[in-house]
Design a protein around this ligand. Structure first.
Ligand SMILES: C[S@@+](CC[C@H](N)C(=O)[O-])C[C@H]1O[C@@H](n2cnc3c(N)ncnc32)[C@H](O)[C@@H]1O
Length: 253
């Protein structure tokens, strides 16, 4: 390995100078699943159209194809490609695990989407996993397998520019759920405001939901708060705290 780095030093120097960091941490689905289930319970909607902002390869759009373990029980099919678990600092309620929303449509926006059916894109995504984190590499392989036969729709473009068109696709047959997982932090203040304004505008016009990783109201920057939001009536709730990569979850309800 060190010899390869020396041999390819010129290429690597040039390459790392322009390639953008790409991560798609599928373990975050373990922390996000209870948010989707709570949203289904709260909204009384059992059918979702998902729109993810900064989706990377779209692995979080496939959360309903994975299997999950929590203290209160399990969720997802036994034959699922991926089995996710983590540290629950405060357990999720068992009744949530009986809710099974159906995902009708899944669209992800990214300025550099990766198509994991392409071995080079998978290799690129894996190259950003820190050395020694074998379990993250194994999760990426399993999630790529779950995606292969029926991948999500990936839209190349800027979140701010593309969001209005995606929200214009809303239908009464499913609740449109916008997801931000570790993406809006890459926008500047003006970009985040435009996303917020667009969500508010669309929410006033019809049913809309939002699941987001965000800075906790108590101001800490050591972990995330997971918030869910429902329009036109409903409001916003911080339902959990979670590790940045989904390793632990503290359900607050
Ligand atoms: C840290 S990754 C998170 C990926 C995924 N949501 C997850 O949680 O695993 C952030 C992603 O946002 C994308 N991104 C950042 N700024 C963007 C923008 N202005 N428009 C579109 N995509 C953007 C990046 O290309 C990257 O794929």
């Amino acid at each position: 390995m060190p010899e390869a780095i020396e041999r390819e030093a010129d290429f690597l120097r040039e390459y790392v100078g322009h390639v953008e960091i790409q991560t798609n941490e599928v373990q975050r689905a373990w922390a996000l699943l209870p948010c989707f289930l709570e949203l289904a319970r709260w909204s009384r909607s059992n059918r979702f159209d998902l729109v993810e902002l900064g989706t990377s390869a779209g692995l979080l759009l496939l959360w309903d194809r994975y299997r999950y373990r929590y203290a209160a029980g399990q969720w997802g099919g036994k034959g699922a490609a991926l089995d996710l678990t983590g540290e629950e600092r405060s357990a999720i309620p068992p009744e949530l695990l009986r809710i099974v929303p159906r995902v009708r449509r899944r669209v992800g926006i990214d300025r550099n989407p990766l198509d994991l059916r392409n071995p080079e894109d998978l290799l690129l995504l894996k190259s950003f996993v820190w050395a020694g984190q074998e379990e993250r590499l194994a999760r990426l392989d399993a999630a790529a397998a779950a995606l292969r036969d029926d991948p999500p729709e990936l839209v190349r473009g800027d979140i701010v520019e593309r969001l209005p068109a995606e929200l214009a696709h809303r239908s009464e047959e499913a609740l449109t759920v916008v997801l931000n997982s570790a993406a809006l932090g890459y926008l500047d203040e003006a970009g985040r405001k435009r996303v917020r304004d667009e969500l508010e505008r669309a929410g006033e016009a019809g049913p809309l939901a939002y699941v987001t990783t965000t800075r906790p109201a108590n101001g800490t920057d050591r972990h995330w708060a997971l918030a869910i939001e429902l329009w036109p009536e409903g409001g916003r709730r911080e339902v959990a705290y979670a590790d940045f990569h989904g390793a632990w979850l503290e359900w607050r309800g």
